[in-house]
Design a binder for this molecule. Structure first.
Ligand code: PBG
Length: 327
């Protein structure tokens, strides 16, 4: 007869609830939101069923719904009508992302944190995250100048947390200095530190109508590299990042656990568009229990060490959590 019986702790729902190691809370979820210029109604994204490109008119309700569900924040992405080589729309006070930020800040009324993606890829006609040099190579240091200007415009628009997702060297230090010089010392930096060159961003590129040809392997991390992910996070903390992130989440749980073990600042993870699309597609075929898969996927990311998870299911999942409906 076994003397040690771990199953005792799994016997009843009440016991399982009491010994659960990983709880989910709406405040630990952030909803990414796409806002498209020049549309009057939301536009569905085919590869992300249930997710839309919002219009400026439909954005306030999405923010209000997230706030009502207790979601901790929203992360805004802009989809501009015009793009050019230097991504001018990103630094235009009337550019879609900056306008959307002002709208979201008003709709939130302090109930959740309004955050913005700080990267040029949505605004450049070539689709890269930075500006190009004569040879068509992404130029790190001239991109930092653009990021600094973009940061100031986002701060002026009321973003409280800037999500630096471009993977340029020195971007955290450059943006911190630009913000501090203009007295935006209270605006925080979320560094997408360990951001991998991933196939799982595919549906996102539909969502922002990316024009990218080629790939981002000269700046995003090689998917096989674990130590380098931790190194990037440590560099960003050193440069002044307030929060660091690992992205994508599901295929990089080891990197997430490493960063969580070493970091003195909060560690977030981004459950990206492809992770969303895979579960939605399998569920639509009846091959997987959608709700259970959503909960398990986010719980796994939390278990690996993420303090907060960015997920396209944030509002829906927060609703389930609030209703105690996590079965
Ligand atoms: C870059 C950015 C990307 C994502 C978030 N910020 C795309 C990329 O690096 O190609 C992907 C998010 C997702 O797939 O859900 N601005």
């Amino acid at each position: 007869m076994p003397r040690v019986r771990p199953r005792r702790l799994r016997e009843s729902p009440a016991m399982r609830r009491l010994v659960s190691e990983t709880r989910l809370h709406p405040a630990e979820l952030v909803l990414p939101i796409f806002v498209r210029e020049g549309v009057s109604a939301p536009v569905p994204i085919a590869s992300m069923p249930g997710v839309v490109q919002h219009s400026l008119e439909s954005l306030p309700e999405a923010v209000a719904d997230a706030a009502a569900a207790g979601v901790g924040g929203v992360m805004l992405f802009g989809v501009p009508e015009q793009r050019d080589a230097r991504g001018s729309g990103a630094t235009d006070p009337d550019g879609i992302l900056n306008v959307a930020t002002r709208v979201a800040v008003e709709a939130s009324a302090g109930r959740l944190l309004v955050q913005t993606d700080l990267c040029l890829d949505e605004f450049t006609d070539h689709g890269h995250c930075g500006v190009l040099d004569d040879r068509g190579h992404v130029d790190n240091d001239s991109t930092l100048v653009r990021y600094s200007a973009m940061a100031l415009e986002q701060a002026r628009s009321g973003s409280e947390l800037l999500g630096l997702s471009g993977m340029m060297d020195g971007q955290v230090a450059a943006v911190r200095e630009a913000l501090d010089d203009q007295d935006f010392t209270d605006v925080a930096i979320l560094a997408y530190s360990a951001k991998y060159a991933s196939a799982f961003y595919g549906p996102f590129r539909d969502a922002v109508e990316s024009t990218l040809e080629g790939d981002r392997r000269s700046y995003q991390l090689d998917p096989g590299n674990r130590r380098e992910g931790l190194r990037e996070a440590m560099i960003d903390i050193e440069e002044g990042a307030d929060i660091v992130m690992v992205k994508p989440a599901g295929s990089y749980l080891d990197v997430l656990a490493d960063v969580a073990a070493a970091s003195e600042v909060p560690v977030w993870a981004y459950q990206v568009s492809g992770e969303y699309a895979m579960i939605e597609a399998a569920a639509a075929h009846g091959w997987i229990d959608r709700k259970r898969a959503v909960i398990e996927s986010v719980r796994g990311i939390r278990r690996a060490g993420a303090d907060v998870v960015l997920t396209y299911w944030a509002t829906e999942l927060a609703g389930w959590i609030r209703n105690g409906d996590l079965a």
